[in-house]
Structures are given as structure tokens and as C-alpha cells.
Design a protein around this ligand. Structure first.
Ligand SMILES: Cc1cc2nc3c(=O)[nH]c(=O)nc-3n(C[C@H](O)[C@H](O)[C@H](O)COP(=O)(O)OP(=O)(O)OC[C@H]3O[C@@H](n4cnc5c(N)ncnc54)[C@H](O)[C@@H]3O)c2cc1C
Ligand code: SF4
Length: 477
């Protein structure tokens, strides 16, 4: 009988790829985890219990066939593992790096629930696809047959790119408009290199370019070209514009120089990583070097800002959050990484105002957690008389993002939005209320995750294709 390659979770412990020591990693923007060695990947994959109802697969937004590609990895059948993995995920190596696995696939791993530590699904997914790239298994996209129809995609983030992949494979002409000078959306200019190195994103963009996808960059729709003109020249339009309106601070001094939005700060840092000149960095405005930095917020954007400030050589880096560690929205893994790199978390603290202009300090008031609110989370309450000042020469606002007002910006009253300002689109098909217009990703969901944008993009691409086919069938009658 063949040797059983799986179910090793009782004898083999959970192990992540090697993580660079904090001292070694905090001066550069390279990823902090090394790649698994082949034997290690096979060993870790072999821990999977191959359970009959794989909750990991259910809780992966793409419903990746995780148990099967883990088994293939354990058996050394890596090319097959790659083929299976890429069948459901447009960018598996990106998800393997940046999905919050503890809340998705790994958080629902059955062996974790029996106390053995989850299978390292994300790390294996990354390993499989990085190996595929290294071995030339990631093939150029070759459309089956060229079609006449053209689809416009507004926004080159993961949602737009995933839809483009589906459409260009089917032979449709795809044009992607983006206001940035590079494609990738937040994967390029939001998420720092220490979580996701940029050549990993750029080789995906190149694959689409080589397949014939046209990228119209530095093109702000609503300013450089109207939404109405785009609709007029394409057969279908997909909105994948993300959410970019940063929530603001109030209180005395909130407008002082030296208080900057998180995304300006992270975009600047990512542009520097590409070797671009950034005047706001050269002037010191978006440079943390030698400064006391205070980041306000407790989500993943705040974690990315504090860790970027460490790498820029800040004198001190503190993260101010109004709830406690157990109630923060950011991932525990990233918080731990930040702490290892020297970031100090000031829990149960909120800014009341700011001193100086340029800013010299944050006036902090301490909070306690009161009764749960309508969402079930305990609301922070101010502790009277608890104020003190934290020194700060650079304050970064990382309080979350909201959608821009697209109907006004694009002068398009027929584009229906929800009461939160997100574009209204049908579940599953992603059709908006406007004929021939679809919408995906953060602009529909609100600030979310790369993996959800990929899922939406894949579904919308398939539905646009179905709609083009239906129109063809009618025309042929
Ligand atoms: C700092 C930060 C860190 C994050 N970390 C993670 C993480 O670790 N893991 C994770 O899963 N998710 C993370 N996210 C969330 C994730 O990046 C988003 O959910 C995802 O990128 C959304 O994809 P999208 O395609 O909807 O939009 P985006 O990626 O935002 O792309 C939208 C694109 O549309 C373009 N655009 C917008 N308006 C216009 C216009 N008028 N004309 C032309 N182009 C336009 C933008 O330039 C952009 O390129 C993070 C987000 C941030 C801000
Ligand atoms: S795509 Fe994300 S959630 Fe799905 S298996 Fe990969 S890492 Fe897990």
C-alpha cells in the first residue's frame, strides 16, 4: 500500500518560513519572511488532515481547493499544485503573502481547533506560485480567439486586474484607465514592500500587458477623460476605483503642518522604493527620519505606517489607538511584527488636539471601554482629567477610508450609490443600476481586502463576458 503522505499534524509541528530578525529587517523594505525550502514546504503541507468538509476552503473568499494542492505539494507534485491553485486565484502568490490568513483560511483550519496549530496555508500557496514563476510554469496569456468588443476598466487595482485577466483570456479588447503612473492600485502604492515586494506585482502587470491589455495611466477619469466618453467608446465599463477619502481628525491644531494622511505617506515611501524622486520626501514633509512619529489608528494601514517610519530612521514611533489590543481591527501578526521592530503601542488613547504649528505634540486623552455599541464592540469613553502631551514632529492620520463621491465627481447622477457612498452593485454579477456598467472591490464593499477584490473581479469578468455573448447572440438572430 502507498505510504500515507498526509495527516502529519500530530508528529510535525507548525512552522512558518524563517522570519528575518527585527534588527536585520528594520533598515530595509524587503519582505521579512524567507521562502520555504522544498522539503520544508512538503513537510508543512503534509500536516493537513484532509478533512471531509474543508472549512479552510469555505472561508477562503476564492474557495481555493486548499486540501488538494496541499496534498500535491506534500507529494512533490508542485506543477500540478500550481495549476490547481491558479485555477481559482488570479494572484495566488500575492494572497499567500498578504491575506489575513488568521481571519480566513487558517483561522478555520480543523487541526488548529484540535490544538495542533494551523497548517501554514498562505506560506505554502506563496511557495507553490513563486516556484512556478522560477520554473517558467506561469505561461503567457494567449487569448483563444480575438473578439471585436472592448471593455473599459477604471482602476488598475486587484479588482480591475482580475477582471482584465478573465476578459483578455477570452479575446476581448481591454483598456484599463488609472490615475496613477503605475498599475496595481494599493498593491503598488499602499501596501509597503516589507509585506509585498513590488516586482511581485509588476510581473503580473507585465503578463497582462504582454497579453494585449492596454494601460492608460496618469489618466484621472472625471478630469482627463469623462466617464460618459468612456461609456461611449467601449461596449462595457467596469468600475474598480477603490476608496481613497481618508477620514480626518478634528480638535484644536488638527490643521497644523506635520499632520499628514497615511496614504500620502505610504505612497511617497513606495514611490521612493521604485527610485522615483518625491519632492515631499526631499523637503522632509513625508520623511520620518530623526522625528518623533505618532500614528493615529489601529488598523492595518496604521501598522504599515509605523513600520515604514521605523525603516525611515524615526527617533521614536508610537501608535495611538482608542481601544485596547484585543479590540483593534489590525492583524495581530502585523502588530507583533511592529512591536518586534521597536514600535510602542499606546492603547486606550485618543487625540484631543495638537500643539504647535508645525506640530510639536499630540494632546492625548486616556479612554476606558464602556458598554457595547450597536455593533457589539465596546465603546471607548473619555477618562476626565487624564490629558497629557506626547512629543511629535510627524503625526500620521490612519483612521480609515471612505469612498469619493463618484456621482458628483463624474457628473453622473444615474450612478446609484448606497448611503455609505459605495457604488450599488448586484451580488454575484456586480452589475450596477446603469446599463453596461459593473463595479467591484472596495468601491462596492468599502475598505476591504485584496482577495475579495480578486473574487469580485473574476466574477464581474465572467458576467461581462456572458453579457457580450448574449448581445452577440441577439445580433446574429
Ligand atoms: C495601507 C494599506 C494596507 C493594506 N494591506 C492589506 C493587506 O495586507 N492585505 C489585504 O488583503 N488588503 C490590504 N489592504 C486593502 C487592499 O489593498 C484593498 O482592499 C484592495 O487593494 C482593493 O482593491 P480595488 O481593486 O478595489 O482598489 P484599489 O487597489 O484601491 O485600486 C483602485 C485603483 O483605481 C484608481 N482610481 C481611483 N479613482 C480613479 C479615477 N477617477 N480615475 C482613474 N483611476 C482611478 C486608483 O489609482 C487605483 O489604482 C490594504 C490597504 C491599505 C490602504
Ligand atoms: S487566497 Fe487567502 S484566504 Fe484563500 S487560501 Fe490563499 S491565503 Fe488563504
Amino acid at each position: 500500500m502507498a505510504k500515507q503522505p498526509m495527516l502529519k499534524f500530530v508528529t510535525v509541528g507548525r512552522d512558518m518560513p524563517e522570519k528575518r530578525a527585527a534588527e536585520a529587517r528594520k533598515d530595509d523594505f524587503h519582505e521579512i519572511y524567507a521562502e520555504f525550502a522544498a522539503q520544508k514546504a512538503a513537510e508543512q503541507a503534509s500536516r493537513c488532515s484532509q478533512c471531509g468538509v474543508p472549512y479552510c476552503q469555505t472561508h477562503c473568499p476564492l474557495h481555493n481547493n486548499i486540501p488538494d494542492w496541499l496534498r500535491m505539494t506534500a507529494e512533490g507534485r508542485l506543477k500540478e499544485a500550481y495549476e490547481l491553485s491558479q485555477a481559482t486565484n488570479t494572484f495566488p502568490e500575492i494572497c499567500g503573502r498578504i491575506c489575513p490568513q488568521d481571519r480566513l483560511c487558517e483561522g478555520n483550519c480543523v487541526i488548529e481547533q484540535s490544538g495542533h496549530g494551523t497548517v501554514t496555508i498562505g506560506a505554502v500557496e506563496k511557495y507553490i506560485t513563486d516556484t512556478a514563476w522560477d520554473n517558467g510554469w506561469v505561461e503567457p496569456i494567449t487569448p483563444v480567439a480575438k473578439r471585436d468588443e472592448s471593455v473599459a476598466i477604471i482602476g488598475a487595482g486587484p479588482g480591475g486586474l482580475a477582471a482584465a485577466d478573465v476578459l483578455v483570456r477570452a479575446g476581448v479588447n481591454v483598456t484599463i484607465y488609472d490615475r496613477h503612473d503605475r498599475a496595481g492600485g494599493l498593491m503598488t502604492y499602499g501596501i509597503p514592500g516589507f509585506k509585498l515586494e513590488k516586482d511581485v506585482v509588476m510581473r503580473r502587470v507585465k503578463l497582462l500587458e504582454d497579453a494585449g491589455v492596454e494601460f492608460v495611466l496618469n489618466c484621472n477619469v472625471g478630469r482627463d477623460i469623462s466617464f460618459q466618453d468612456i461609456r461611449a467608446i467601449h461596449d462595457a465599463v467596469l468600475l474598480a476605483t477603490g476608496v481613497y477619502k481618508g477620514r480626518d481628525l478634528s480638535g484644536p491644531g488638527a490643521g497644523a503642518k506635520g499632520i499628514v494622511p497615511a496614504l500620502d505617506y505610504l505612497t511617497c515611501s513606495n514611490k521612493l522604493g521604485f527610485g522615483d524622486a518625491v519632492p515631499a520626501f526631499d523637503s522632509g514633509e513625508l520623511n520620518a527620519e530623526g522625528k518623533n512619529v505618532v500614528v493615529i489608528g489601529g488598523g492595518d494601514t496604521a501598522m504599515d505606517c509605523v513600520r515604514t517610519a521605523v525603516r525611515q530612521g524615526a527617533k521614536s514611533v508610537k501608535c495611538l489607538y482608542r481601544r485596547d489590543r484585543a479590540n483593534m481591527p489590525g492583524s495581530q501578526r502585523e502588530t507583533q511584527n511592529a512591536e518586534e521592530e521597536g514600535v510602542e503601542f499606546v492603547w486606550l488613547s485618543a487625540p484631543k488636539g495638537f500643539s504647535g504649528d508645525p506640530v510639536t505634540g499630540v494632546i492625548v486623552q486616556k479612554m476606558r471601554l464602556g458598554a457595547p455599541d450597536a455593533t457589539g464592540r465596546r465603546s471607548p469613553e473619555v477618562i476626565d482629567g487624564s490629558e497629557y502631551t506626547e512629543d511629535a514632529d510627524l503625526v500620521i492620520k490612519a483612521l480609515g477610508f471612505e469612498p469619493e463621491d463618484l456621482p458628483t465627481l463624474w457628473d453622473e447622477k444615474d450612478l446609484t450609490v448606497t448611503r455609505w457612498g459605495t457604488v450599488k452593485a448586484a451580488f454575484g454579477t456586480h452589475r450596477t443600476d446603469m446599463d453596461g456598467v459593473w463595479a467591484v472591490g472596495d468601491i462596492v464593499r468599502g475598505a476591504s481586502l485584496v482577495v475579495w477584490a480578486i473574487r469580485d473581479g473574476r466574477e464581474a469578468g465572467a458576467d461581462i463576458l456572458a453579457s457580450l455573448n448574449a448581445a452577440r447572440a441577439v445580433a446574429a438572430e
